[in-house]
Design a protein around this ligand. Structure first.
Ligand code: ZN
Length: 201
């Protein structure tokens, strides 16, 4: 009886140690790049934050969300009435950060998302939409979480042939957009999930 109790206690102890060894690194703090690195992009490194999962908030100086994930009234022609991500308003050319370690799989004009960067880590697929066409990352690049990867794009563009997106005055827009903002989509196994379940505004 006593022996069997101590075996169970020993087994539990070993199990707890194994769980700690496996899971603690998953939730440890990611490294933050240097103040000098961020200052070249006009980013105040003291404002950089990341979530419990170690996923960075992409715009350290912009935390307001203008459109949440889920059902909504479509704000402009061609914009979805089921919003697949979140919208974070920011001034044109504001630099933004990679949310997680991942590999770039697409840069270009991607329909309603306008100029976009898409990357994946194998499980998650992230899209950053309505960005600047002056890309600073390329397909195949491996990004680290917190790395500067692009700039918020202009509202209007005029260099996409056959672009069906425009505002009420007929001017061509950077995808289905009503103003400068970063749209972020999180897909888990190809299904859109609420980014705010993973990143903290
Ligand atoms: Zn959006």
């Amino acid at each position: 009886m006593f022996k069997s109790f101590s075996n169970t206690a020993l087994f539990s102890f070993i199990l707890i140690i194994i769980i700690i060894v496996i899971f603690i690194p998953l939730f440890s703090s990611p490294p933050i790049l240097s103040e000098e690195y961020y200052s070249q992009y006009n980013i105040n490194h003291t404002l950089i934050t990341y979530s419990f999962y170690g996923f960075y908030w992409p715009l350290p100086s912009n935390h307001r969300i203008s459109s949440y994930f889920g059902s909504r009234t479509s704000p402009t022609s061609g914009a979805s009435s089921y919003h697949q991500g979140i919208d974070i308003p920011a001034t044109e050319n504001t630099y933004f950060l990679s949310i997680m370690d991942c590999k770039v799989i697409y840069t270009g004009f991607n329909g309603s998302g306008g100029y976009s960067i898409i990357c994946t880590n194998g499980s998650y697929k992230l899209s950053y939409c309505h960005v600047s066409p002056n890309f600073i990352v390329s397909v195949g690049d491996s990004l680290i979480a917190g790395q500067v990867i692009g700039q918020v794009g202009p509202k209007y563009i005029d260099d996409v042939v056959g672009n069906p997106y425009h505002d009420s005055t007929g001017k061509s827009t950077n995808g289905a957009t009503t103003g400068c903002h970063l749209h972020v989509t999180f897909k888990l196994n190809d299904k859109a999930v609420n980014p705010l379940d993973y990143i903290d505004a």
